[in-house]
Design a protein around this ligand. Structure first.
Ligand code: SF4
Length: 359
């Protein structure tokens, strides 16, 4: 059989085999309890860049604080950031609230039901719009993310560069004809589930239990891991940071990050960048503390931690000082204040944990 006929056959096997497999094998997840678009939307936004296991507790906590779109649209920013603390990519949370406000003002408080209107919401790209439209409203809108790209390119032995936007577009188009009425929700979820649990990204795919193994071209050729083809990643930039944990009178000094850019508006320990790690030492830390207006009395602890973002890596060395006086120009909080009200991103969290017992 010619390659192109094999591809057609492979794609045609998806609606025949996958929805049934999904019905029998779907993991029980809280956002699958119903098809409420608010629930599906929230879970899809949280699941971007974050593992399912990590999302579950965030999802439940978020819904308790904001059980519906109206509550989300009225959520205070500081509370929103606190609910998102540790999940990263905080613009996702800001866009959720903006989108909720748009639903309240432009759609009468009712989640939009067409692909175009769903796509018009802040933070909702083609993937998320397709997921909501197909899962909640049975619309023929494929949702193509990394999982689906992997399944599709292996199934059809497609060697195109999946980092190219046109490859994604082409694969979306190729999937539309199989999205038949009554199957849309389970096709989207089945493709996602297969990519997450069977046709896995790291390690060997579990082809032995895959419902598509009879028509999968990469499996037939035994070269499953040659797909998907991606561009070589550029090396991440490295930034060396000196971090100050200043403690005095049961409080700890924090400062708020700028309103735009990485970790915008979140809280952090005072820190500054240095060209090389050799320049980061106790004297430099003491000088930085003094420049901020603190009076450090004793270096209690020193620790290092590297936090990896998508494009940059922060190599941090933290110095924890007890102080007779904290900087007047920066706010200081008790541990309870921080835990209840101020969102401290994961990049800085280890320094709070390592100095907690000194507070
Ligand atoms: S047979 Fe293997 S490579 Fe092909 S789709 Fe299934 S898990 Fe992926």
């Amino acid at each position: 059989m010619e390659e192109s006929s094999k591809r057609i056959e492979s794609i045609a096997s998806i609606p025949t085999l996958l929805p049934d497999w999904f019905r029998k094998n779907a993991r029980v997840l809280p956002w699958r309890r119903d098809k409420d678009p608010y629930h599906v939307w929230l879970s899809e936004i949280m699941l971007q860049q974050t593992r399912v296991e990590a999302v579950i507790s965030y999802y439940e906590r978020f819904l308790t604080a904001a059980p519906d779109i109206l509550a989300l649209s009225e959520l205070e920013d500081e509370k929103l950031m606190k609910l998102w603390e540790g999940l990263g990519y905080y613009s996702r949370a800001r866009n959720l609230k903006k989108a909720a406000q748009k639903i309240m003002t432009e759609f009468g408080g009712v989640f939009p039901t067409t692909y175009e209107n769903i796509r018009s919401l802040p933070g909702v790209g083609p993937y998320t719009a397709g997921a909501i439209a197909s899962i909640c409203f049975e619309l023929p809108c494929p949702a193509v993310d990394g999982n689906v790209l992997r399944v599709f390119t292996r199934l059809t032995a497609d060697g195109a560069n999946t980092d190219e936007p046109q490859t994604k577009k082409r694969i979306e188009q190729a999937l539309i004809p199989i999205y038949r009425q009554g199957l849309c929700s389970n096709l989207t979820q089945g493709l996602m589930e297969l990519g997450a649990c069977v046709c896995v990204p790291n390690g060997e795919p579990k082809c032995g239990v895959c419902p598509l193994n009879g028509t999968c071209m990469a499996h037939a050729a035994g070269n499953e891991r040659d797909y998907p083809v991606k561009e070589k990643k550029k090396a991440r930039k490295t930034v060396n940071k000196l971090v100050l944990v200043l403690i005095g009178d049961g409080r700890i000094t924090l400062r708020q990050r700028a309103a735009s850019g990485l970790l915008a508006g979140l809280w952090e320990f005072p820190n500054r960048d240095f060209p090389s790690p050799e320049e980061i030492h106790e004297n430099a830390a003491g000088a930085f503390a003094a420049a901020l207006g603190a009076k450090p009395t004793e270096l209690q602890r020193k620790t290092t931690y590297t936090h990896v973002f998508t494009h940059v890596e922060w190599r941090m060395t933290a110095f924890c000082f007890s102080c007779s006086s904290l900087p007047k120009s920066l706010p200081a909080f008790t541990l309870t204040d921080i835990e209840r009200e101020h969102a401290l991103p994961s990049a800085f969290r280890p320094f709070l944990d390592f100095s907690k017992d000194l507070l």
